[in-house]
Design a protein around this ligand. Structure first.
Ligand SMILES: Nc1ncnc2c1ncn2[C@@H]1O[C@H](COP(=O)(O)OP(=O)(O)O)[C@@H](O)[C@H]1O
Ligand SMILES: [Mg+2]
Length: 261
């Protein structure tokens, strides 16, 4: 029995291993992963392509039952946390419904839950991601960056306590990416949400995070857990400081060790 206490971490993965069925030998994607995200903490996950980052996130979200080990969200199984609207998920592909307007896409989780005051909530969410003017647009009329903003607003609809993000800005050009990064920072710092963020950009990981966790190449194992000791609120000008560059160098060194193995 899992006990629920005020001090339960936002996310805990305990000895999580996962094998995918494959022709011949099963494919091992994760190897005894231990990972904790404390309440209010922003943790990034970096690692070579195919090392199991998306698998780990799906296990954290309860979309996949790991072969071994367990994951808990605020002390309970992910499915229970999701049912209580404690979990939000944003992936690389915004996954919007093309026949719904921006406002109707953002409203979808609230409609499913049957909440009232939907209109006011949607307006506020669109304002938070700077899309108020685009409420009546359809996804095809938006840029990639704007579509990811809509996906973020939709994930925030239930005010989740834990946000899981799988390369959410991966498909964007550098300028949209920088804008969205700062918007996410402002939202997270204001709401003190807990975040687990997958990215292939080491600089992005360091700028956003309290900790950067480095996974080895497949099967993913935790190679390093690096604390980012930079002041908050985080600002882009931090990227020019020695502390920032030192931290980027530590993460890169850990990644290189992982690649050589
Ligand atoms: N549904 C699946 N069935 C079989 N193999 C999969 C499946 N999803 C991922 N894999 C394999 O598991 C490994 C890890 O994948 P993934 O978690 O997507 O890595 P990452 O997100 O770090 O790129 C890869 O070798 C991938 O091919
Ligand atoms: Mg992935």
């Amino acid at each position: 029995m899992v006990s629920i206490t005020a001090t339960a971490p936002a996310l805990a993965l305990r000895q999580v291993s996962h094998w995918y069925p494959a022709r011949g030998e099963a494919l091992r994607a994760l190897d005894a992963v231990e990972l904790t995200v404390a309440d209010g903490e922003f943790v990034s996950l970096v690692g070579p392509s195919g090392c199991g980052k998306s698998t780990l996130l799906r296990a954290a979200a309860g979309l996949l039952a790991p072969t071994e080990g367990a994951s808990t969200v605020f002390g309970r199984p992910p499915a229970a946390a999701a049912a209580a609207h404690e979990l939000g998920l944003v992936t690389q592909d915004a996954g919007l419904l093309p026949w719904r307007t921006v406002a109707a896409n953002v409203a979808l989780p609230l409609e499913i839950a049957g909440g009232d005051r939907r209109r006011a909530v949607v307006e506020e969410l669109l304002d938070r991601v700077s899309l108020s003017e685009f409420a009546a647009y359809y996804p095809r009329q938006l840029s990639g960056g704007m579509r990811q903003r809509v996906a973020l607003a939709r994930a925030l609809a239930h005010r989740p306590r834990l946000l899981l993000m799988d390369e959410p800005f991966g498909a964007l050009d550098e300028i949209s990416r920088e804008d969205l990064r700062l918007e996410l920072l402002r939202i997270q710092e204001r709401e003190r949400m807990s975040v687990l963020f997958v990215t292939h950009s080491v600089r992005e990981a360091v700028l956003l995070s309290d900790r950067v966790v480095v996974l080895s190449s497949a099967p993913g194992r935790v190679l390093a857990d690096i604390a980012v000791d930079l002041p908050r609120p985080r600002e882009e000008r931090l990227e020019a400081t020695t502390e920032f560059l030192d931290c980027v160098a530590s993460v890169r060194a850990a990644l290189d060790v992982g690649r050589r193995r």
